[in-house]
Design a protein around this ligand. Sequence first.
Ligand code: 5GP
Length: 184
Amino acid sequence: MLQFHDKFFKPFISAQSIDQALDRMVNEIAKDVGDEIPVFVGILNGSFMLVSDFVKKYPKPCEVTFIKLASYEGVKSSEDIQRLIGLTQDLTDRTVIILEDIIDSGNTLAEVHRIFKNEAVKTLKIATLFYKPEAYKKDFKLHYVGIEIPDKFIVGYGLDYDGLGRDLPEVYQIKETQHMTNLV
Ligand code: 5GP
């Protein structure tokens, strides 16, 4: 059990399960991409750990870049997505794969699509390590999904609660009711 500020978190997804999900995603993407050199676009902050592990596993040459968006306030997703760092390179005619840490409401993904609307990329595909199907409110296709999870807040493996927990190699899920007597 972990505590960050006022919230408690219980172990949820092991580092080994994450590693296996990444292997599956890498294999599928490498197969689809073929001999193209893809550009992986990580969505910061949450995707830094995923992108690092993903590209180390990717078996062929690839490029990596990031955009930085912010939407979450505490444990709630917000519609108001801030674009903190946009695209900094020309992706005309490139095979682009977005690497998202997690897709929840899909608001962040909608902003990603707005960013790419005016880019003449060859293909744009979306990969996400974690996906909350019950929370997803958009119609954008998700091409590669690592692990489907319930609509509950998680931390670890890049994902934070109020800045904490990003460094954890595994994932923890929020514990909604916590009685102090259970805490040993
Ligand atoms: P969406 O815009 O799809 O609602 O949420 C996407 C972004 O919100 C993610 O990139 C991530 O930063 C944040 N997010 C969504 N769900 C969670 C969660 O369960 N835990 C944490 N820590 N962040 C989340």
